[in-house]
Design a protein around this ligand. Structure first.
Ligand SMILES: [Zn+2]
Length: 242
């Protein structure tokens, strides 16, 4: 599946699930909760949007196992080296990172960072915002260094905006786990499938060869516009008061 398809399905998953998740105690506690003591709908609009972006970025994480993919160039050499390391650890493309175990582990890891290690949390947030922006095609075509600079600038700007709006990251682990899992489900819809139960090597894919062919007409001309409309619709539903 292409990067923007993964990123958009990640954002959709968050926008669809967030109001329900906001009722979870502790995991979703936000600044607003501390102020008002009201747990339901504890996510502020800024947190909803930050979460959508971070879930979209997390939906790119499994493909960091592919150093020659565009997202490996998000922050230039920094993400390329990270991608090389992920590729080595996961045993190549579509290995360990394309599994349920990875989604759970990275989700708990992010939750741990969010609750006890603020610098690590901020590094993860910045990485995920950058991956999401890169995945939806923000950059200068044919200019690697320029694209990395644009990404760094926009990511820093968004991070600062979220900070000024008092976005809390108690939900980081959930957003990261959900985003990574959405990626795995997405790749199971393709003709190549995924080792969902890694370290077991059995591949999960759609039967009768009906899986999506990555980057072909269906994904580009039909799926991408449908997903875009779904995101706009969900944003409208969640943020516009009726
Ligand atoms: Zn993948």
């Amino acid at each position: 599946m292409m990067g923007h398809t993964h990123a958009m399905t990640g954002a959709i998953a968050w926008l669809g699930l967030a109001p329900g998740l906001a009722a979870l105690p502790m995991v979703m506690e936000s600044n607003r909760f501390i102020e008002t003591g009201i747990m339901v709908n504890a996510l502020s609009p800024a947190e909803l949007i930050a979460g959508a972006l971070i879930c979209a970025g997390a939906a790119m994480l499994p493909d960091l196992d592919h150093p020659s993919a565009t997202i490996a160039q998000t922050f230039g050499p920094v993400t390329w080296v990270l991608s090389k390391a992920v590729n080595w650890m996961s045993g190549g493309h579509r290995g360990a990172t394309h599994s349920l175990a990875f989604a759970v582990a990275i989700g708990f890891g992010a939750h741990w960072l969010a609750s006890s290690y603020p610098i690590g949390r901020d590094i993860m947030v910045v990485l995920l915002i950058g991956l999401a922006l890169r995945a939806i095609g923000i950059g200068i075509p044919g200019n690697k260094a320029g694209s990395a600079l644009v990404n760094i600038g926009l990511t820093a700007g968004l991070y600062a905006v979220f900070l000024s709006l008092g976005v809390g990251y108690a939900w980081l682990g959930l957003a990261v786990g959900i985003g990574s899992f959405v990626h795995v489900v997405g790749d199971c819809m393709t003709e190549k499938g995924c080792p969902v139960l890694w370290p077991m090597s059995v591949k999960f894919l759609l039967p009768w060869k009906i899986g999506i062919k990555t980057g072909k007409k269906f994904e580009q001309k039909i799926l991408a516009p449908v997903l875009s409309v779904a995101i706009i619709g969900l944003l409208f539903l969640r943020l516009v008061p009726v």
